[in-house]
Design a protein around this ligand. Structure first.
Ligand SMILES: NC(=O)c1ccc[n+]([C@@H]2O[C@H](COP(=O)([O-])OP(=O)(O)OC[C@H]3O[C@@H](n4cnc5c(N)ncnc54)[C@H](O)[C@@H]3O)[C@@H](O)[C@H]2O)c1
Length: 346
């Protein structure tokens, strides 16, 4: 299959690209190379005859039309997005432009291409989204695919809007779509502004380990390679028009997550004192969602998918990857905004 992957130079998109090429698919990686992108993420497949890169912006409809015509993909996996909640608080406009208008352009370009090819029913447009569209939970309950949308940050609102557009293009024009909404990812190649890499890299530098608020916010942590595996399955086996919630079955508070990272680091890179001594509570994120939790019954029962690693195992692999790949993360630490606290203006 030839898959057009958008955002394939980012964290999750690059895992999808690497796995898809390893599985024998042709991949066209469409990415604008924003601050969050890194072509080193796909260096392991860049020389493959199965891989092509197109630098393009999903806000540029003419570029999308050209790329569809040039490559004639069998499927689209749409991951390109502005993805950092803290940045969405400081500058929501970019999130509306890329996540909403960019997805609209992708849908229209895909629809024109699909209609011109006589609407093959084998074509797929897979839209990759987040569990944050469902809002926040109390101490109990889980998000299912029918949980009403209730986004609470500019990021999640822009992703919710894009999900609605994708469903509307299916209902109105019959575009063959599938959707997935996933919980928090972590793993290799995670851009060093997100919680897990910030904690690992600050710990290695002996800097404070910032915890927003009281650290009680709960997330369901999913190893990125497991997510990429699930996404390729949803693309190939998911039912048309249907969405699938993807979770790690690994709920942890932010404080528990950071303590686990500290314990792993104490073991593999011992310092003079326990790394947990560096934990520092900082101002909470405005509108910080208390808890996300995924009910993964649909993907488990219909597609037979479960995550392969526990959060302890996945975090250990992640720590070891960061220790072995200092050149990768050092180069990204000089990018705009990295290492400074964002999203506290509100
Ligand atoms: N990270 C998570 O935990 C998580 C969880 C669930 C869902 N998601 C979703 O998965 C997708 C990928 O997330 P990620 O964490 O890999 O993001 P990321 O920020 O690491 O990567 C995003 C990629 O998209 C590209 N991009 C951004 N704007 C673009 C534009 N206008 N045109 C073309 N390319 C553009 C960037 O250059 C970058 O390579 C997003 O849609 C996100 O909403 C992420």
């Amino acid at each position: 299959m030839k898959i057009l992957v958008t955002g394939g130079a980012g964290f999750i998109g690059s895992a999808v690209v690497r796995q898809a090429v390893a599985a024998g698919h042709h991949v066209v990686n469409l990415d604008a190379l924003t601050y969050a992108a890194c072509l080193d993420n796909v260096a392991s497949v860049a020389g493959s005859p199965l891989y092509t890169f197109e630098q393009a912006d999903i806000r540029d409809r003419a570029a999308l039309d050209r790329i569809f015509a040039a490559h004639a993909p069998d499927a689209v996996m749409h991951l390109a997005a502005e993805s950092h909640v803290d940045r969405s608080i400081d500058g929501p406009g970019a999130f509306v432009e890329t996540n909403v208008n960019g997805t609209y352009n992708m849908l229209e370009a895909a629809r024109a291409y699909w209609q011109q090819a006589d609407k093959p029913d084998t074509f797929r447009f897979h839209h990759i989204s987040t569990d944050e569209v469902f809002g926040t939970l109390g101490e109990t309950g889980q998000f299912t695919e029918t949980t009403p949308y209730n986004p609470r940050s500019p990021y999640s609102a822009s992703k919710a809007a894009s999900d609605h557009l994708v469903r509307a293009w299916h209902e109105t024009y019959g575009l063959p779509v599938v959707l997935s909404n996933c919980s928090n990812n972590y793993g290799p190649f995670h851009f060093p502004e997100k919680l897990v890499p910030v904690i690992i890299l600050n710990a290695l530098a002996g800097k404070p380990l910032p915890i927003y608020g009281n650290g009680a916010n709960v997330r369901d942590w999913l190893y990125v390679e497991d997510h990429a595996d699930a996404l390729l399955l949803v693309l190939q086996k998911g039912e048309l028009g249907r969405s699938y919630n993807i979770g790690g079955e690994n709920e942890r508070t932010n404080l528990e997550l950071v303590q686990t990272l500290c314990a792993i680091l104490d073991e593999v890179r011992p310092a003079g004192a326990p790394y947990a001594d560096l934990i520092t509570y900082v101002a909470d994120r405005p509108g910080h969602d208390a808890r996300y939790a995924i009910d993964p019954a649909r993907i488990r029962e219909e597609l037979g998918w479960r995550p392969s690693v526990t959060v302890e195992e996945g975090l250990r692999r992640t720590v070891e990857w960061y220790l072995a790949n200092e050149n990768w993360w050092r180069a990204l630490q000089t990018r705009d905004g990295v290492g400074t606290r964002l999203g506290v203006k509100a």
